[in-house]
Design a protein around this ligand. Structure first.
Ligand code: UD1
Ligand code: CA
Length: 458
């Protein structure tokens, strides 16, 4: 019985990355908060394949710990003797019928769609498909050699190239697709007789050409095939990636004050007519409903913000839920498990943690609300603090509907303020405050006659 062609991506990720000058292995350096290697793994995952082989070397354990995809089989390349030598390490995993796809852990922006083009071009009559691109300045790259009819003949590395060959500006991107059986026979024929004494994977191109079966796909987006060798190239690709995210957001109905001043390090989903001002940063999974407005300098992670909510400048929101028509900020901090029901308002210098703020309830100024369940239509005065921590344990504050808490109140948890209660300003509430009554604590106000301000000693 003949099985369907298996797609086997092999990602080369053994290089050291000296120019990053880092204790972190190069392939773990992030683009949009995610290791470069993970971007490549995710592109490869979309090829309808059952596994991915990663050739690793430098920083081995660290790399394996960071990339925890069950689909990955790890293969160690102890010494780095060239790209051909790297693929040889996976020799035993390659089946004759496989369509092997070669990718690189330090070329993070490759698209699944482009890899799929290589797979598709590996037809019955072809044993190898190379991905090339045209560069105005091809320095350092392998040059693609073609005959007068445009048929691919091979690749020459720059260090082995003559002056004439150096003028060629069609370069090898390194990405390729190859038939398993043919690839294995070429790998066995590689030798390191070249300027760098390496086993060049690229020598397979000439071997395939000699049996007449090489195809080339020309990649028109050079960012997809751009490798990262230093932090400058990393930052450049970060900008490329961010611009793409920004354009996708605008296509989905968000207006961005400046598409070059937004960073999305995760997955941001937006409704229609969303507005995002400059320097907003989104991490993890964030959703914004219709007509949500995000002002300048907000940092939002793993949160859901519902329709018509307004987030004012410099608010920091983490693992929170913000209801419809809520107003947050400026300078508000919503910490994990903060839940704002619809029409709630959290104003400036207010911190909310693990608390529910009820419908239409307001905490407008300078307050800390932690471990609190708050009802609807509550008004919390400026400077109110829930004293939720006794030094060892956290305790809950429960505030009923229609409560009014005067400014600068401390609610010492565990404590309950019943429905409709009013708390006088400046109170320290340690016991249950009954419903519909005024409760307050007071120190008598006194005035000291004859008191004088201290005088500065000379
Ligand atoms: C390679 C290609 C060159 C192409 C260029 C595109 C070869 C011989 N040359 O050159 O034609 O234009 O990429 O960027 O393939 N690696 C290993 N183990 C090794 C050697 C390399 O895992 O033993 C990995 C590196 O970590 C890196 C990638 O393979 O991610 C490319 O290796 P590198 O040495 O940078 O090849 P180039 O000289 O750039
Ligand atoms: Ca390189």
């Amino acid at each position: 019985m003949e099985g369907a062609m298996r797609i086997l991506p092999i990602i080369l990720a053994a290089g050291q990355g000296t120019r990053m000058r880092s204790s972190l292995p190069k392939v773990l350096h992030p683009i949009a908060g995610k290791p470069m290697l993970e971007h490549v793994v995710e592109a490869c995952c979309q090829l309808n394949n059952e596994k991915i082989v990663i050739i690793y070397g430098h920083g081995g354990e660290q790399v394996q710990e960071a990339i925890t995809y069950p689909i990955v089989d790890w293969v160690l390349q102890k010494e780095q003797k060239g790209t051909g030598h790297a693929v040889v390490q996976a020799f035993d995993m390659i089946k004759d019928d496989d369509c092997v796809v070669i990718a690189y852990g330090d070329v993070p922006l490759i698209k699944a769609h482009t890899l799929q083009q290589l797979v598709t071009a590996l037809d019955e009559a072809t044993d190898l498909v190379v991905l090339t691109t045209i560069l105005a300045n091809p320095t350092n790259y392998g040059r693609i050699l073609r005959d007068v009819n445009g048929k691919v003949l091979g690749n020459v590395e720059e260090k082995d190239a003559d002056d004439q060959q150096c003028l060629i500006n069609e370069v090898n991107t390194g990405f390729m697709a190859a038939r398993g059986k043919a690839l294995k026979s070429w790998l066995q024929q590689l030798d390191p007789n070249n300027a760098q004494n390496e086993y060049y994977l690229t020598d397979c191109i000439a071997m395939a050409a000699s049996t007449g079966s090489v195809n080339a796909v020309v990649c028109t987006d050079i960012n997809e095939v751009q490798g990262v060798n230093d932090r400058i190239q990393q930052a450049q690709l970060e900008r490329v990636y961010q611009q793409e995210q920004a354009f996708n957001l605008m296509r989905s109905g968000a207006s961005l004050a400046d598409p070059s001043r937004i960073d999305v390090r995760g997955e941001l989903t937006v409704g229609q007519d969303v507005k995002i001002d400059v320097n907003a940063v989104f991490t993890g999974k964030v959703t914004l409903g219709d007509r949500v407005s995000i002002a300048a300098g907000c940092v939002i992670s793993d949160s859901d913000i519902a329709d018509d909510a307004i987030i004012k400048p410099h608010s920091v929101i983490e693992s929170a839920v913000v209801g419809k028509h809520c107003q947050v900020g400026p300078f508000a901090r919503l910490r994990p498990e903060a839940v704002l029901c619809d029409y709630a308002k959290v104003g400036n210098y207010v911190e909310v943690k693990k608390s529910t703020i009820g419908l239409h309830s307001k905490v407008s100024h300078l307050s800390y609300i932690g471990d609190t369940v708050m009802g609807d239509h509550v008004n919390i005065g400026a400077g109110t603090i829930t004293c939720n921590y006794d030094g060892k344990n956290k305790h809950q504050t429960v505030i009923g509907d229609d409560v009014f808490v005067g400014s600068s109140t401390q609610l010492v948890a565990p404590v309950v303020v019943k429905k409709g209660a009013t708390i006088g300003a400046g109170s320290t509430i340690r016991k249950e405050a009954p419903a519909d009554k005024l409760t307050l604590t007071r120190n008598k106000q006194i005035t000291i006659n004859g008191w004088e301000r201290p005088i500065k000693k000379s």
